[in-house]
Design a protein around this ligand. Structure first.
Ligand code: FRU
Length: 495
């Protein structure tokens, strides 16, 4: 009976999508090369996996409007991580444990077990006394059509865990066992809980993998845990931890005790639009992450989700990033090399000298959909500040300010488009460095700035019009020297 209900809901959502997709795809604010849904609202990346020769991306999706509501799982596949084919929805709310308008099929992950593609997701229901979150399984033989397990839910919140904050399972395999980490809240403190299973269906609670003592918030959304080099990395999006939206911890892990002993933490992105990153392993061993390019209304930076709902959609993923570890165990988040295939119209200048207080125009593609890379020569530069204005025109701009004296990078989008607001800021540690590397990706409705070895990154959405296509740079308080300027236009993948 309920198998039919899920099928009906999937078909209903498909009909809705077919009817609206052409109109939505004509929207002037649609991205050119960032992953986004055909229509409707998208948030977290879910179930990222390479399966039977293709990358599978699932995502939190409301196909019915440009706002969050009753969560479904959208699904798309790709062979190159750039061009995507949309498949029928994988999951729709249909069961007593996941059929709730302000709930549904929440975030989760994918794994291959006995040749089948298994999904574990959080079912969210409400029996009149608040949300009830449990972990549930669905599986598929062909990787397209999924069936929910009749023994769902497979995991209930352990003793003491708030049943309204028990979600986002991330599964992996180690030796012959499966492990899962999910976010939880216990006595108002965030936790990552560890579970184990031998058969994917029966799960036992191991213990608390890591927890906040208050300083890291009251709930960790979308925790992810994976080995990198000879260490383990925990990532999550903490709720109640100030401006932080996506953080990482690096440490050692002991499978016997289930304890993660971390001694290093960092920010994956300092911008206003980077949330709930999920990782997966590419066939060549790279650890890649995708994230939702936005954040929730409870976060301090939040303004709103942008004006794209007027075009019948909202939400895209940030550029895929490869996670790399430096010798001091800090992490770099480098845009994937696949993006290089989108490059066209290369433009280079070996050396650019900026006189104090003089402005120079930079060339990069059409000034809207482009990539640029350069280094500030810190030995030859006397300037105190360097300002890079992106998407300028019609009296507007997004200003990227590098303050070499104070050691800060800030991105001010308050003049971007008459809609956006806010300044994202990060600390730049430049002492002893010879140069500062900058890498910018601009798309129709976002700018992503990577600085200082891809450790100082800012993802911000902006909704600038096509008349805003100039790029200006200037130095203040002395002259500046830029080396190795390279830029490219970037080809469209989504129209
Ligand atoms: C994170 C999140 C998850 C939840 C999902 C609901 O962005 O809040 O914790 O599973 O979104 O759509």
């Amino acid at each position: 009976m309920s198998r039919e209900l899920m099928q009906q809901r999937i078909e209903q959502a498909q009909i809705e999508t077919e009817q609206k997709k052409e109109m939505v795809q004509a929207g002037p604010m649609r991205q050119h090369y960032h992953f986004m849904p055909q229509t409707g609202w998208l948030n977290d990346p879910n179930g990222l996996i390479f399966y039977k020769g293709k990358y599978h991306f699932f995502y939190q999706w409301n196909p019915y409007s440009g706002f969050w509501d009753s969560m479904h799982w959208g699904h798309a596949v790709s062979e190159d991580l750039l061009h995507w084919e949309y498949l029928p929805l994988a999951l729709a709310p249909s069961e007593e444990y996941d059929d709730y308008r302000k709930g549904g099929c929440f975030s989760g992950s994918a794994i291959v077990h006995e040749g089948k593609l298994f999904l574990m997701y959080t079912g969210v229901t409400n029996r009149g006394s608040g949300n009830i979150q449990t972990q549930c399984i669905a599986y598929s033989e062909d990787g397209i059509h999924f069936e929910k397990y009749e023994g769902n839910p497979v995991i209930l919140p352990p003793e003491g865990v708030d049943g309204q904050h028990f979600r986002d399972p991330k599964i992996w395999k180690h030796k012959d066992s499966y492990y899962m980490v999910c976010g939880a809240s216990c006595n108002n403190r965030a936790q990552a809980l560890l579970f184990r299973s031998e058969d994917m269906l029966h799960w036992t609670y191991v213990n608390v993998l890591a927890e906040s003592r208050g300083e890291w918030g009251y709930m960790w959304e979308c925790p992810d845990f994976y080995p990198l080099e000879d260490k383990y990395v925990l990532m999550c999006s903490p709720m109640g931890a100030g401006d932080r939206k996506a953080v990482y911890f690096v440490g050692d892990f002991d499978y016997d005790t289930g304890r993660f002993d971390w001694d290093l933490s960092g920010e994956i992105d300092w911008g206003m639009d980077f949330y709930a990153p999920q990782s997966f392993e590419a066939p060549d061993g790279r650890r890649l992450i995708a994230a939702w390019a936005n954040e929730w209304e409870c976060m301090p930076f939040w303004k709103d989700w942008g004006p794209t709902y007027r075009e019948g959609w909202c939400g895209f993923f940030n550029l895929l990033r490869e996670v790399r570890m430096l010798p001091d165990h800090t992490l770099q988040f480098v845009p994937v090399k696949e993006l290089q295939k989108l490059r066209e119209e290369e433009y280079c200048e070996d050396r650019i000298e900026l006189e104090d207080a003089k402005e120079k125009e930079l060339r990069a593609g059409d000034g809207i959909s482009f990539e640029m890379q350069f280094a500030i020569d810190l030995e030859e530069t006397q300037a105190e500040k360097i300002e890079l204005d992106l998407r300028c025109g019609e009296g507007r701009q997004t200003r990227c300010m590098i303050d070499l004296r104070q050691g800060t990078l800030s991105v001010d989008r308050s003049g971007a488009d008459g809609w956006s607001a806010g300044v994202s800021r990060s600390v730049l540690f430049l002492k002893g460095k010879k140069e500062l590397d900058i890498h910018v990706f601009s798309d129709q409705s976002s700018v992503e700035i990577f600085a200082d070895q891809y450790q100082n990154n800012h993802a911000n959405n902006i909704y600038a019009g096509n008349g805003q296509n100039r790029i200006l740079i200037r130095a203040a308080g002395g002259r500046a020297v830029i080396r190795g300027y390279r830029s490219y236009g970037l080809k469209e993948c989504f129209r």
